[in-house]
Each structure stands twice: as structure tokens, then as C-alpha cells.
Write a protein that binds this ligand. Structure first.
Ligand code: 13P
Length: 287
């Protein structure tokens, strides 16, 4: 059964570990992530961007696929199905479709409008037992074709949004999606510490989990980060494994082209990546 992300993140914050949000794009990714979470007895959050939702033919398809897999694969660890960087309309649609968690990314609105919309969505989500993530200070890099400059959040604004009753808060602290530039300054831990001080128990979310060095991830967790998002790394390992398989000509051997065999190495690669991240985030055996 799908669960809201609220309790798993409260537990993570109290236990000083982080739950991974792994973005899904198709059946193979979803299956690989769910099986790995079950094998490692770890809670997990499946992230769906609006673009990925469209690709998978709509949110209802995603809900049906994930619920079917949870049953068919006997998944008993807590799983949240979460809208990643949702627009206001996207949040409404996923709440309606049966997601168990939603991110409303209002960081591009003026703070008062971000507050008004977030407040409205919290009431709706909570009336259905769904958790809500809000964002303050945009996270840079490219996500689904949208390029953000990256901006460090104002801790006072974070407190304002946290006080509305969101379940988790994403705050930009110099993190960006995808590849980090050579001259990247690193995460701004002073701001993270200030946000944590002002928001207390609020589970904090770190986006752009792919390129952040391990030591910084560990420090961020020690400063209150309890959810870390990973997308690009799964894309890279999936693509590399598939490319290798094709280059070796294995896709054309035997009885001919079999899509299940072609995608199998990518599936295994995602399992490996998810395992590495769960080890780093400390969520193994925390289900
Ligand atoms: P990466 O693509 O850098 O892993 O970031 C993922 C993310 O933050 C999704 O919201």
C-alpha cells in the first residue's frame, strides 16, 4: 500500500538518516527501485516529474502501475508516490489521481503567492492523508527542460513556509540538478544550519543528489536533511549499461531482438545505484 511520506521522514529526521527519492520514468526503473528497497528493508519515495508523468501516459497509469507492482512483487516496505516539482495544476491532478505525496514548487512565485498557494494545497492534501513538500529558493540546473539559476533560500522565508504545516521543505542551498560545474562552491552549510535552527523538527529535502560529494551528503544529513532526491545518476547508469549491451551486439543475438533482454542490464544498473545511495543515506533496515 502506498503511504504518505510524512511519517517516514519524521522517523528519518529523528534517526539522523535520509530517505531516497528516486525518480521513475518507466516500468523497469520502478521495478528496480521497489525490489531494491524491499531487499534492503528501506523506506523509499518514488518521484515523478510532470514530464515523466506525461511520458507514462498520465498520473492514473503511474498510480495503477505502482500499486500493481506493490501487490505483485509483495512489497511491504513503506513506499510513497510523490510528484516532483509540481505546478499548482499538477499538484491538483496528482492528488486526484491517487499519489500519496506531492511537491508544490512555488519557488518562482513571489513569496506571498507561494505561501497562499502552498496553504491551499496543504489543506487539500492533508484532508486526504497526502504529504506535501514545498520549496523556497530555486534549485538550479536543468530539470525536465526547465533551467533554474539556483538561489540560496532565505531562512526566514523557509520558516514562514514551514509554519504553514508542510510535511517537508526543500530549500536551495547551492544545490543544482544534474552535473555540477567545475567551479561549484559546494553546499552552503551555514544557511542549512540556520534553516534547521529556525524550522526545528521539519524534515529538510536536498534536491540534486547526483553530483554532491559523499562527505557533503553526510554533513547535510547531520544538519537535518531527511530526504535526498536522485534522478540523473540513474539515467546515467541506465544509459551506460544499455549502450554497453548494444555495443557488444548482444541485443541481436539468439532469437533476435527481445526488449526485455535489452533493458535487463539497465535494470540491474539502477538496482546497484539505488543500493549505493541507500547505503550512503543510511536508510537500510529502517523500514
Ligand atoms: P539529480 O538529477 O541531480 O539527481 O536531482 C534530482 C532531483 O533533485 C529531482 O527533484
Amino acid at each position: 500500500m502506498l503511504v504518505s511520506a510524512a511519517q517516514m521522514l519524521k522517523d528519518a529526521k529523528a534517526g539522523k538518516y535520509a530517505v531516497g527519492q528516486f525518480n521513475i520514468n518507466n516500468l523497469e526503473w520502478t521495478k528496480a527501485i521497489l525490489l531494491t528497497a524491499q531487499e534492503l528493508n528501506s523506506p523509499v519515495i518514488l518521484g515523478v516529474s510532470e514530464g515523466a508523468g506525461k511520458y507514462m501516459t498520465g498520473y492514473k497509469t503511474v498510480v495503477g502501475m505502482v500499486n500493481g507492482m506493490i501487490e505483485g512483487l509483495n512489497i511491504t516496505v513503506p513506499v510513497a508516490l510523490h510528484l516532483d516539482h509540481g505546478s499548482y495544476e499538477g499538484a491538483l491532478k496528482t492528488i486526484e489521481a491517487g499519489f500519496s505525496s506531492v511537491m508544490f514548487d512555488g519557488s518562482h512565485y513571489p513569496i506571498e503567492e507561494n505561501i497562499a498557494k502552498t496553504k491551499e494545497l496543504i489543506a487539500l492534501a492533508h484532508s486526504k492523508g497526502i504529504s506535501l513538500e514545498a520549496e523556497v529558493g530555486s534549485i538550479g540546473g536543468e530539470e525536465d527542460g526547465v533551467v533554474g539559476a539556483g538561489e540560496v533560500a532565505d531562512p526566514e522565508e523557509c520558516k514562514k513556509i514551514a509554519d504553514l504545516g508542510v510535511d517537508m521543505l526543500a530549500a536551495g542551498i547551492g544545490n543544482i540538478h544534474g552535473k555540477y560545474p567545475e567551479n561549484w562552491q559546494g553546499l552552503n552549510f551555514d544557511v542549512l544550519a540556520k534553516i534547521q535552527e529556525l524550522t526545528g523538527e521539519m524534515p529538510l529535502v536536498l534536491h540534486g543528489g547526483t553530483g554532491i560529494p559523499e562527505e557533503m551528503i553526510k554533513k547535510a544529513i547531520s544538519l537535518g536533511v531527511s530526504k535526498i532526491n536522485v534522478n540523473t545518476e540513474c539515467q546515467l547508469t541506465f544509459a551506460a549499461a544499455t549502450r554497453k549491451y548494444i555495443e557488444e551486439g548482444k541485443d541481436l543475438q539468439g532469437k533476435g531482438f527481445d526488449p526485455r533482454k535489452l533493458l535487463a542490464p539497465g535494470f540491474e544498473a539502477i538496482k546497484e545505484t539505488v543500493k549505493e545511495k541507500m547505503e550512503l543515506f543510511g536508510s537500510i533496515n529502517k523500514a
